[in-house]
Design a protein around this ligand. Sequence first.
Ligand code: MSP
Length: 511
Amino acid sequence: MKKTKFYITTPIYYVNGAPHLGHAYTSTAADVLARWHRLEGDDVFFLTGTDEHGQKVEAAARAAGIEPQEFADRVAADFEDMAKAMNISNDDFIRTTMPRHKAACQAIWKKLQENGFIYLGAYEGWYAVRDEAFYDESETALKPDGSRYAVASGAAVEWVVEPSYFFKLSAFQDKLLEFYEANPGFIAPTAKRNEILSFVRSGLNDLSISRTSFSWGVPVPDDETHVMYVWLDALVNYLTATGYPDETAPRWGYWPASLHLVGKEIIRFHSVYWPAFLMGAGLPLPEKVFSHGWWTVEGEKMSKSLGNFIDVRPLVQEYGLDQIRYFLLREVPFGNDGDFSRDALKRRINSDLANGIGNLAQRTLSFIGKNAGAAVPPKGALQETDEALIAQAVALPEKMRATMDKLAFHEALDEAWRVIRAADGYIDAQAPWSLRKTDTDRMNSVLYTLCAVLRVLGVVLQPFMPETMGKLLDYLALSEDRSLAVLDAPLVEGTALPTPSGLFPRVVEAA
Ligand code: MSP
Protein backbone atom coordinates (compact mmCIF):
# COMPACT_ATOMS: atom_id res chain seq x y z
CA MET A 1 0.00 0.00 0.00
CA LYS A 2 1.24 3.47 -0.85
CA LYS A 3 1.95 5.51 2.25
CA THR A 4 0.09 8.77 2.78
CA LYS A 5 2.41 11.73 2.37
CA PHE A 6 2.51 14.27 5.15
CA TYR A 7 4.60 17.39 4.62
CA ILE A 8 4.70 19.67 7.64
CA THR A 9 6.61 22.93 8.14
CA THR A 10 7.49 25.39 10.86
CA PRO A 11 8.03 29.03 9.96
CA ILE A 12 11.69 29.70 9.30
CA TYR A 13 13.05 31.75 12.15
CA TYR A 14 14.62 35.17 11.80
CA VAL A 15 18.25 35.14 12.78
CA ASN A 16 18.28 38.67 14.14
CA GLY A 17 18.13 37.33 17.69
CA ALA A 18 18.61 34.17 19.72
CA PRO A 19 16.05 31.35 19.78
CA HIS A 20 13.48 31.54 22.58
CA LEU A 21 10.42 29.82 23.99
CA GLY A 22 8.12 31.06 21.19
CA HIS A 23 10.27 29.44 18.51
CA ALA A 24 10.64 26.27 20.55
CA TYR A 25 6.85 26.14 20.82
CA THR A 26 6.15 26.18 17.07
CA SER A 27 8.90 23.64 16.49
CA THR A 28 7.74 21.30 19.24
CA ALA A 29 4.14 21.35 18.06
CA ALA A 30 5.28 20.56 14.52
CA ASP A 31 7.54 17.84 15.85
CA VAL A 32 4.72 16.17 17.76
CA LEU A 33 2.61 16.11 14.60
CA ALA A 34 5.48 14.81 12.48
CA ARG A 35 6.14 12.03 14.98
CA TRP A 36 2.44 11.24 15.27
CA HIS A 37 2.14 10.82 11.52
CA ARG A 38 5.23 8.61 11.45
CA LEU A 39 3.60 6.51 14.16
CA GLU A 40 0.56 6.19 11.91
CA GLY A 41 2.85 4.87 9.20
CA ASP A 42 2.71 7.98 6.97
CA ASP A 43 5.54 9.12 4.72
CA VAL A 44 6.51 12.27 6.61
CA PHE A 45 8.66 15.16 5.50
CA PHE A 46 9.24 17.69 8.29
CA LEU A 47 10.93 20.98 7.50
CA THR A 48 12.28 23.78 9.66
CA GLY A 49 15.01 26.35 9.19
CA THR A 50 16.11 29.96 9.35
CA ASP A 51 15.10 33.18 7.60
CA GLU A 52 18.34 35.04 7.12
CA HIS A 53 17.84 37.94 4.72
CA GLY A 54 16.24 41.33 5.04
CA GLN A 55 16.72 44.67 6.66
CA LYS A 56 16.20 43.42 10.19
CA VAL A 57 18.96 40.81 10.01
CA GLU A 58 21.27 43.21 8.20
CA ALA A 59 20.76 45.79 10.95
CA ALA A 60 21.38 43.21 13.69
CA ALA A 61 24.63 42.16 12.00
CA ARG A 62 25.72 45.76 11.71
CA ALA A 63 24.96 46.34 15.38
CA ALA A 64 27.12 43.30 16.20
CA GLY A 65 29.87 44.73 14.00
CA ILE A 66 30.12 41.72 11.69
CA GLU A 67 29.13 40.78 8.17
CA PRO A 68 25.54 39.58 7.75
CA GLN A 69 26.64 36.15 6.53
CA GLU A 70 28.89 35.54 9.50
CA PHE A 71 26.20 36.79 11.83
CA ALA A 72 23.58 34.56 10.18
CA ASP A 73 25.93 31.56 10.42
CA ARG A 74 26.27 32.04 14.16
CA VAL A 75 22.61 32.50 14.92
CA ALA A 76 21.47 29.75 12.55
CA ALA A 77 23.81 27.37 14.38
CA ASP A 78 22.14 28.41 17.61
CA PHE A 79 18.71 27.61 16.16
CA GLU A 80 19.96 24.20 15.06
CA ASP A 81 21.26 23.67 18.55
CA MET A 82 17.90 24.56 20.04
CA ALA A 83 16.19 22.11 17.68
CA LYS A 84 18.55 19.40 18.92
CA ALA A 85 17.98 20.31 22.53
CA MET A 86 14.21 20.02 22.02
CA ASN A 87 14.63 16.69 20.17
CA ILE A 88 13.05 18.09 17.01
CA SER A 89 13.00 15.36 14.35
CA ASN A 90 13.15 17.57 11.24
CA ASP A 91 14.18 15.90 7.99
CA ASP A 92 15.79 19.03 6.58
CA PHE A 93 16.97 22.38 7.90
CA ILE A 94 16.71 25.10 5.32
CA ARG A 95 18.69 28.32 5.47
CA THR A 96 17.65 31.05 3.07
CA THR A 97 21.30 31.89 2.36
CA MET A 98 21.83 28.44 0.83
CA PRO A 99 22.49 28.38 -2.93
CA ARG A 100 19.63 25.90 -3.50
CA HIS A 101 17.24 28.37 -1.94
CA LYS A 102 18.46 31.37 -3.92
CA ALA A 103 18.01 29.33 -7.08
CA ALA A 104 14.43 28.45 -6.11
CA CYS A 105 13.61 32.11 -5.37
CA GLN A 106 14.94 33.25 -8.70
CA ALA A 107 13.08 30.48 -10.49
CA ILE A 108 9.74 31.43 -8.99
CA TRP A 109 10.39 35.10 -9.69
CA LYS A 110 10.96 34.30 -13.35
CA LYS A 111 7.83 32.21 -13.45
CA LEU A 112 5.74 35.02 -11.97
CA GLN A 113 7.28 37.45 -14.42
CA GLU A 114 6.66 35.13 -17.36
CA ASN A 115 3.05 34.81 -16.27
CA GLY A 116 2.67 38.60 -16.25
CA PHE A 117 2.26 39.15 -12.52
CA ILE A 118 5.32 41.35 -11.88
CA TYR A 119 5.81 44.98 -12.93
CA LEU A 120 8.29 47.71 -12.06
CA GLY A 121 7.07 50.76 -10.14
CA ALA A 122 7.95 52.77 -7.04
CA TYR A 123 6.90 52.14 -3.46
CA GLU A 124 5.96 55.05 -1.30
CA GLY A 125 4.52 54.14 2.06
CA TRP A 126 5.04 52.76 5.55
CA TYR A 127 7.34 49.87 6.39
CA ALA A 128 8.01 48.17 9.73
CA VAL A 129 11.47 46.65 9.84
CA ARG A 130 10.64 44.55 12.90
CA ASP A 131 7.73 42.89 11.08
CA GLU A 132 9.40 43.17 7.65
CA ALA A 133 5.98 44.30 6.49
CA PHE A 134 4.44 47.10 4.42
CA TYR A 135 1.48 48.79 6.05
CA ASP A 136 -1.30 50.91 4.73
CA GLU A 137 -1.57 54.16 6.64
CA SER A 138 -4.96 53.02 7.95
CA GLU A 139 -3.17 50.12 9.70
CA THR A 140 -0.92 52.53 11.61
CA ALA A 141 -1.42 55.06 14.40
CA LEU A 142 0.53 57.81 16.13
CA LYS A 143 2.07 57.55 19.58
CA PRO A 144 1.86 60.51 21.96
CA ASP A 145 5.46 61.37 21.03
CA GLY A 146 4.42 61.68 17.38
CA SER A 147 6.09 58.48 16.16
CA ARG A 148 4.05 56.13 14.01
CA TYR A 149 3.58 52.41 14.61
CA ALA A 150 1.71 49.43 13.15
CA VAL A 151 -1.41 48.87 15.23
CA ALA A 152 -1.42 45.05 14.85
CA SER A 153 2.10 44.50 16.14
CA GLY A 154 3.16 47.72 17.84
CA ALA A 155 6.28 47.87 15.62
CA ALA A 156 7.64 51.27 14.59
CA VAL A 157 7.08 52.12 10.92
CA GLU A 158 9.19 54.31 8.68
CA TRP A 159 8.34 56.12 5.48
CA VAL A 160 9.94 54.39 2.50
CA VAL A 161 10.28 55.79 -1.00
CA GLU A 162 12.14 53.58 -3.46
CA PRO A 163 11.89 51.93 -6.86
CA SER A 164 10.29 48.54 -6.47
CA TYR A 165 8.91 45.61 -8.36
CA PHE A 166 5.30 44.81 -7.59
CA PHE A 167 3.35 41.58 -7.56
CA LYS A 168 -0.20 41.93 -8.92
CA LEU A 169 -1.85 40.77 -5.73
CA SER A 170 -5.00 42.72 -6.62
CA ALA A 171 -5.61 40.27 -9.46
CA PHE A 172 -6.00 37.43 -6.96
CA GLN A 173 -8.71 38.75 -4.68
CA ASP A 174 -11.56 36.79 -6.25
CA LYS A 175 -9.50 33.69 -6.83
CA LEU A 176 -8.45 33.66 -3.19
CA LEU A 177 -12.00 34.13 -1.97
CA GLU A 178 -13.17 31.28 -4.19
CA PHE A 179 -10.35 29.13 -2.88
CA TYR A 180 -11.21 29.84 0.79
CA GLU A 181 -14.84 29.09 0.01
CA ALA A 182 -14.01 25.78 -1.65
CA ASN A 183 -11.53 24.83 1.10
CA PRO A 184 -13.09 25.82 4.40
CA GLY A 185 -10.36 24.03 6.34
CA PHE A 186 -7.51 25.94 4.68
CA ILE A 187 -7.17 28.55 7.45
CA ALA A 188 -7.60 27.46 11.05
CA PRO A 189 -8.74 28.20 13.69
CA THR A 190 -12.05 29.70 12.48
CA ALA A 191 -11.51 33.07 14.12
CA LYS A 192 -8.37 33.52 12.02
CA ARG A 193 -10.16 32.38 8.92
CA ASN A 194 -12.80 35.05 9.48
CA GLU A 195 -10.15 37.70 10.02
CA ILE A 196 -8.43 36.79 6.77
CA LEU A 197 -11.69 36.61 4.83
CA SER A 198 -12.61 40.12 5.86
CA PHE A 199 -9.11 41.39 5.08
CA VAL A 200 -9.25 39.94 1.57
CA ARG A 201 -12.84 41.09 1.02
CA SER A 202 -11.85 44.63 1.93
CA GLY A 203 -9.65 44.71 -1.19
CA LEU A 204 -6.05 43.81 -1.97
CA ASN A 205 -3.38 46.24 -3.12
CA ASP A 206 -0.49 45.13 -5.26
CA LEU A 207 2.46 44.07 -3.14
CA SER A 208 5.94 45.52 -3.25
CA ILE A 209 8.28 42.54 -3.70
CA SER A 210 11.71 44.10 -4.00
CA ARG A 211 13.89 46.57 -2.13
CA THR A 212 16.72 48.80 -3.30
CA SER A 213 17.84 50.60 -0.13
CA PHE A 214 19.95 47.68 1.12
CA SER A 215 21.49 44.63 -0.45
CA TRP A 216 21.17 41.74 2.05
CA GLY A 217 18.83 39.50 0.07
CA VAL A 218 18.38 37.36 -3.02
CA PRO A 219 19.15 39.45 -6.13
CA VAL A 220 16.25 39.99 -8.49
CA PRO A 221 17.01 38.13 -11.75
CA ASP A 222 18.29 40.49 -14.43
CA ASP A 223 18.14 43.55 -12.16
CA GLU A 224 20.70 43.32 -9.42
CA THR A 225 19.97 46.78 -8.08
CA HIS A 226 17.02 45.08 -6.33
CA VAL A 227 16.89 42.33 -3.74
CA MET A 228 13.72 40.32 -3.27
CA TYR A 229 11.32 41.27 -0.50
CA VAL A 230 12.24 39.04 2.42
CA TRP A 231 8.77 37.53 2.75
CA LEU A 232 8.70 36.34 -0.86
CA ASP A 233 12.18 34.91 -0.29
CA ALA A 234 11.14 33.31 3.01
CA LEU A 235 7.89 31.70 1.88
CA VAL A 236 9.62 30.06 -1.05
CA ASN A 237 11.67 27.98 1.43
CA TYR A 238 8.78 25.52 1.62
CA LEU A 239 9.24 24.84 -2.09
CA THR A 240 13.04 24.90 -2.06
CA ALA A 241 13.09 21.93 0.28
CA THR A 242 11.15 19.82 -2.23
CA GLY A 243 13.78 20.52 -4.86
CA TYR A 244 11.88 23.22 -6.74
CA PRO A 245 12.22 23.91 -9.64
CA ASP A 246 13.79 20.50 -10.33
CA GLU A 247 10.91 18.14 -10.95
CA THR A 248 13.22 15.15 -10.78
CA ALA A 249 14.40 15.98 -7.25
CA PRO A 250 13.89 13.13 -4.74
CA ARG A 251 11.57 15.20 -2.57
CA TRP A 252 9.57 16.77 -5.36
CA GLY A 253 6.53 14.63 -4.63
CA TYR A 254 6.01 16.17 -1.19
CA TRP A 255 4.60 19.42 -2.53
CA PRO A 256 1.94 20.67 -1.79
CA ALA A 257 2.54 20.87 1.94
CA SER A 258 -0.05 19.24 4.17
CA LEU A 259 0.31 21.81 6.92
CA HIS A 260 2.09 25.09 7.58
CA LEU A 261 2.20 25.78 11.30
CA VAL A 262 2.57 29.48 12.03
CA GLY A 263 2.18 31.96 14.86
CA LYS A 264 -0.86 34.21 14.73
CA GLU A 265 1.07 37.32 13.64
CA ILE A 266 2.20 35.76 10.36
CA ILE A 267 -1.03 34.17 9.20
CA ARG A 268 -1.65 36.86 6.57
CA PHE A 269 1.63 36.14 4.83
CA HIS A 270 0.84 32.44 4.74
CA SER A 271 -2.82 32.49 3.85
CA VAL A 272 -3.00 35.48 1.48
CA TYR A 273 0.37 36.28 -0.09
CA TRP A 274 1.66 32.71 -0.25
CA PRO A 275 -1.35 31.16 -2.02
CA ALA A 276 -1.42 34.14 -4.39
CA PHE A 277 2.27 33.67 -5.27
CA LEU A 278 1.63 29.98 -5.84
CA MET A 279 -1.43 30.63 -8.00
CA GLY A 280 0.61 33.14 -9.96
CA ALA A 281 3.30 30.53 -10.55
CA GLY A 282 0.74 27.88 -11.44
CA LEU A 283 1.63 25.67 -8.48
CA PRO A 284 -0.69 23.69 -6.21
CA LEU A 285 -1.64 25.28 -2.88
CA PRO A 286 -0.90 23.89 0.60
CA GLU A 287 -3.72 22.04 2.32
CA LYS A 288 -3.79 23.94 5.57
CA VAL A 289 -2.34 26.85 7.51
CA PHE A 290 -2.85 26.67 11.26
CA SER A 291 -2.21 29.68 13.47
CA HIS A 292 -1.22 29.20 17.09
CA GLY A 293 -1.21 31.70 19.92
CA TRP A 294 1.53 33.49 21.79
CA TRP A 295 3.18 32.82 25.11
CA THR A 296 3.70 35.46 27.69
CA VAL A 297 6.18 34.80 30.50
CA GLU A 298 5.02 35.15 34.08
CA GLY A 299 2.27 37.43 32.75
CA GLU A 300 4.56 39.68 30.67
CA LYS A 301 5.09 39.87 26.93
CA MET A 302 8.61 38.70 26.00
CA SER A 303 10.49 41.74 24.76
CA LYS A 304 13.93 43.19 24.30
CA SER A 305 13.17 46.10 26.56
CA LEU A 306 12.08 43.82 29.41
CA GLY A 307 14.94 41.42 28.68
CA ASN A 308 12.70 38.50 29.60
CA PHE A 309 13.21 36.24 26.60
CA ILE A 310 13.22 32.67 27.82
CA ASP A 311 15.72 30.28 26.34
CA VAL A 312 14.29 26.77 26.64
CA ARG A 313 17.67 25.08 26.94
CA PRO A 314 18.33 25.95 30.59
CA LEU A 315 14.74 24.93 31.36
CA VAL A 316 15.39 21.57 29.74
CA GLN A 317 18.51 21.19 31.88
CA GLU A 318 16.62 22.03 35.01
CA TYR A 319 13.29 20.24 34.52
CA GLY A 320 13.91 17.66 31.80
CA LEU A 321 13.23 17.70 28.08
CA ASP A 322 10.00 15.74 27.89
CA GLN A 323 8.64 17.66 30.86
CA ILE A 324 8.99 20.90 28.88
CA ARG A 325 7.58 19.37 25.69
CA TYR A 326 4.60 18.01 27.60
CA PHE A 327 3.96 21.29 29.37
CA LEU A 328 3.99 23.35 26.18
CA LEU A 329 1.38 21.19 24.53
CA ARG A 330 -0.76 20.37 27.55
CA GLU A 331 -1.01 23.72 29.26
CA VAL A 332 -2.66 25.77 26.53
CA PRO A 333 -5.20 24.76 23.89
CA PHE A 334 -3.37 25.06 20.58
CA GLY A 335 -4.52 28.27 18.89
CA ASN A 336 -4.96 30.18 22.19
CA ASP A 337 -2.49 32.47 23.93
CA GLY A 338 -0.97 31.21 27.15
CA ASP A 339 1.27 32.14 30.01
CA PHE A 340 4.47 30.38 30.92
CA SER A 341 5.22 30.28 34.62
CA ARG A 342 7.52 28.08 36.62
CA ASP A 343 4.74 27.38 39.11
CA ALA A 344 2.44 26.11 36.40
CA LEU A 345 5.26 24.01 34.96
CA LYS A 346 6.07 22.43 38.31
CA ARG A 347 2.41 21.71 38.98
CA ARG A 348 2.04 19.92 35.66
CA ILE A 349 5.22 17.93 36.17
CA ASN A 350 4.21 16.77 39.61
CA SER A 351 0.53 16.11 39.09
CA ASP A 352 0.44 14.78 35.52
CA LEU A 353 3.87 13.26 35.04
CA ALA A 354 5.40 12.25 38.39
CA ASN A 355 2.11 11.32 40.09
CA GLY A 356 0.36 10.38 36.86
CA ILE A 357 2.02 8.23 34.25
CA GLY A 358 5.33 8.03 36.12
CA ASN A 359 3.77 6.62 39.23
CA LEU A 360 1.53 4.20 37.33
CA ALA A 361 4.50 2.80 35.41
CA GLN A 362 6.74 2.60 38.44
CA ARG A 363 4.13 0.97 40.67
CA THR A 364 3.43 -1.67 38.05
CA LEU A 365 6.90 -2.37 36.74
CA SER A 366 8.84 -2.36 39.98
CA PHE A 367 6.19 -4.62 41.51
CA ILE A 368 6.59 -7.06 38.61
CA GLY A 369 10.37 -6.85 39.03
CA LYS A 370 10.18 -7.70 42.70
CA ASN A 371 7.19 -10.00 42.95
CA ALA A 372 6.28 -11.44 39.58
CA GLY A 373 9.49 -12.83 38.16
CA ALA A 374 10.57 -9.70 36.24
CA ALA A 375 8.71 -10.84 33.11
CA VAL A 376 5.41 -10.11 31.36
CA PRO A 377 3.05 -12.07 33.64
CA PRO A 378 0.78 -14.82 32.29
CA LYS A 379 -2.58 -13.43 31.25
CA GLY A 380 -4.65 -16.20 32.80
CA ALA A 381 -8.42 -15.75 32.78
CA LEU A 382 -9.23 -12.05 32.43
CA GLN A 383 -12.24 -10.70 34.27
CA GLU A 384 -14.70 -8.10 33.08
CA THR A 385 -12.94 -5.24 34.82
CA ASP A 386 -9.64 -6.21 33.19
CA GLU A 387 -11.27 -6.43 29.77
CA ALA A 388 -12.95 -3.07 30.32
CA LEU A 389 -9.69 -1.32 31.12
CA ILE A 390 -7.92 -2.94 28.20
CA ALA A 391 -10.77 -1.95 25.89
CA GLN A 392 -10.48 1.65 27.09
CA ALA A 393 -6.77 1.64 26.31
CA VAL A 394 -7.25 -0.03 22.93
CA ALA A 395 -9.74 2.69 21.97
CA LEU A 396 -7.23 5.40 22.83
CA PRO A 397 -5.29 5.65 19.53
CA GLU A 398 -8.49 6.27 17.59
CA LYS A 399 -9.63 8.91 20.08
CA MET A 400 -6.27 10.61 19.93
CA ARG A 401 -6.25 10.49 16.14
CA ALA A 402 -9.50 12.46 16.06
CA THR A 403 -8.08 15.16 18.32
CA MET A 404 -4.66 15.25 16.66
CA ASP A 405 -6.32 15.75 13.29
CA LYS A 406 -7.74 19.02 14.62
CA LEU A 407 -4.45 19.90 16.30
CA ALA A 408 -6.12 19.78 19.71
CA PHE A 409 -3.00 18.49 21.46
CA HIS A 410 -4.32 19.20 24.93
CA GLU A 411 -7.42 17.11 24.21
CA ALA A 412 -5.32 14.26 22.85
CA LEU A 413 -3.33 14.28 26.08
CA ASP A 414 -6.47 14.53 28.11
CA GLU A 415 -7.75 11.35 26.44
CA ALA A 416 -4.56 9.56 27.46
CA TRP A 417 -4.86 10.85 31.01
CA ARG A 418 -8.38 9.47 31.27
CA VAL A 419 -6.87 6.05 30.70
CA ILE A 420 -4.12 6.75 33.24
CA ARG A 421 -6.69 7.71 35.87
CA ALA A 422 -8.75 4.63 35.10
CA ALA A 423 -5.64 2.46 35.47
CA ASP A 424 -4.82 4.15 38.78
CA GLY A 425 -8.31 3.40 40.04
CA TYR A 426 -7.97 -0.18 38.80
CA ILE A 427 -4.68 -0.83 40.54
CA ASP A 428 -6.05 0.53 43.82
CA ALA A 429 -9.19 -1.59 43.54
CA GLN A 430 -7.39 -4.77 42.49
CA ALA A 431 -4.59 -4.32 45.02
CA PRO A 432 -2.05 -6.71 43.49
CA TRP A 433 0.05 -6.39 46.66
CA SER A 434 -2.70 -8.21 48.58
CA LEU A 435 -3.25 -10.76 45.81
CA ARG A 436 0.39 -11.69 46.09
CA LYS A 437 -0.41 -13.53 49.28
CA THR A 438 -3.83 -14.89 48.35
CA ASP A 439 -4.12 -15.49 44.60
CA THR A 440 -1.04 -15.19 42.39
CA ASP A 441 -2.95 -16.22 39.25
CA ARG A 442 -5.26 -13.28 39.73
CA MET A 443 -2.31 -11.04 40.59
CA ASN A 444 -0.70 -12.03 37.30
CA SER A 445 -3.86 -11.23 35.32
CA VAL A 446 -3.99 -7.80 36.95
CA LEU A 447 -0.33 -7.12 36.19
CA TYR A 448 -0.73 -8.39 32.64
CA THR A 449 -3.64 -5.99 32.16
CA LEU A 450 -1.55 -3.12 33.46
CA CYS A 451 1.31 -4.01 31.12
CA ALA A 452 -1.11 -4.03 28.20
CA VAL A 453 -2.36 -0.58 29.18
CA LEU A 454 1.15 0.79 29.70
CA ARG A 455 2.18 -0.45 26.29
CA VAL A 456 -0.62 1.49 24.62
CA LEU A 457 0.20 4.59 26.64
CA GLY A 458 3.90 4.31 25.90
CA VAL A 459 3.29 3.97 22.17
CA VAL A 460 0.75 6.78 21.75
CA LEU A 461 2.61 9.24 23.95
CA GLN A 462 5.91 8.85 22.08
CA PRO A 463 5.30 11.87 19.84
CA PHE A 464 4.97 14.11 22.89
CA MET A 465 7.68 12.59 25.07
CA PRO A 466 9.88 10.51 22.78
CA GLU A 467 12.76 9.94 25.17
CA THR A 468 10.81 8.99 28.27
CA MET A 469 8.21 6.93 26.46
CA GLY A 470 11.07 5.17 24.70
CA LYS A 471 12.36 4.27 28.14
CA LEU A 472 8.96 3.03 29.23
CA LEU A 473 8.74 0.83 26.13
CA ASP A 474 12.23 -0.47 26.88
CA TYR A 475 11.02 -1.44 30.35
CA LEU A 476 8.19 -3.33 28.64
CA ALA A 477 10.80 -4.98 26.39
CA LEU A 478 8.97 -3.85 23.27
CA SER A 479 10.85 -4.60 20.06
CA GLU A 480 12.16 -2.05 17.56
CA ASP A 481 8.86 -1.41 15.82
CA ARG A 482 7.01 1.00 18.04
CA SER A 483 4.42 2.31 15.63
CA LEU A 484 0.67 2.09 16.23
CA ALA A 485 0.61 -1.12 14.19
CA VAL A 486 2.52 -2.96 16.93
CA LEU A 487 -0.50 -2.64 19.19
CA ASP A 488 -2.36 -5.15 17.03
CA ALA A 489 -0.10 -7.95 18.28
CA PRO A 490 -0.70 -9.38 21.76
CA LEU A 491 1.82 -8.90 24.55
CA VAL A 492 4.21 -11.81 24.74
CA GLU A 493 3.78 -13.47 28.13
CA GLY A 494 7.00 -14.46 29.79
CA THR A 495 9.12 -11.78 28.06
CA ALA A 496 11.88 -10.85 30.51
CA LEU A 497 11.64 -7.24 31.67
CA PRO A 498 14.63 -5.09 32.68
CA THR A 499 14.79 -3.35 36.04
CA PRO A 500 12.84 -0.11 35.69
CA SER A 501 13.72 3.24 37.17
CA GLY A 502 11.53 6.29 37.75
CA LEU A 503 10.41 8.11 34.60
CA PHE A 504 9.65 11.54 36.03
CA PRO A 505 11.19 12.74 39.28
CA ARG A 506 9.01 15.02 41.38
CA VAL A 507 9.96 18.67 41.40
CA VAL A 508 10.20 20.29 44.78
CA GLU A 509 7.63 23.09 44.97
CA ALA A 510 8.93 26.50 45.89
CA ALA A 511 7.96 27.36 49.47
N1 MSP B 1 10.82 34.69 9.62
C1 MSP B 1 9.44 34.79 9.85
C2 MSP B 1 8.71 33.57 9.35
C3 MSP B 1 8.90 33.25 7.91
S1 MSP B 1 8.09 31.80 7.45
C4 MSP B 1 8.13 31.75 5.78
C5 MSP B 1 9.17 34.95 11.34
N2 MSP B 1 10.13 34.56 12.16
S2 MSP B 1 10.10 34.73 13.75
O1 MSP B 1 11.36 34.21 14.18
O2 MSP B 1 9.82 36.07 14.10
O3 MSP B 1 8.93 33.90 14.32
C6 MSP B 1 8.78 32.59 14.04
C7 MSP B 1 7.70 31.91 14.85
O4 MSP B 1 7.93 32.03 16.26
C8 MSP B 1 6.31 32.44 14.59
O5 MSP B 1 5.44 31.38 14.31
C9 MSP B 1 5.94 33.10 15.88
O6 MSP B 1 4.58 33.09 16.13
C10 MSP B 1 6.71 32.29 16.90
N3 MSP B 1 6.81 33.07 18.11
C11 MSP B 1 7.63 34.14 18.34
N4 MSP B 1 7.35 34.61 19.59
C12 MSP B 1 6.35 33.89 20.14
C13 MSP B 1 5.75 33.82 21.41
N5 MSP B 1 6.01 34.69 22.36
N6 MSP B 1 4.87 32.82 21.63
C14 MSP B 1 4.61 31.85 20.71
N7 MSP B 1 5.16 31.88 19.52
C15 MSP B 1 5.86 32.99 19.12
O7 MSP B 1 8.11 35.41 11.69
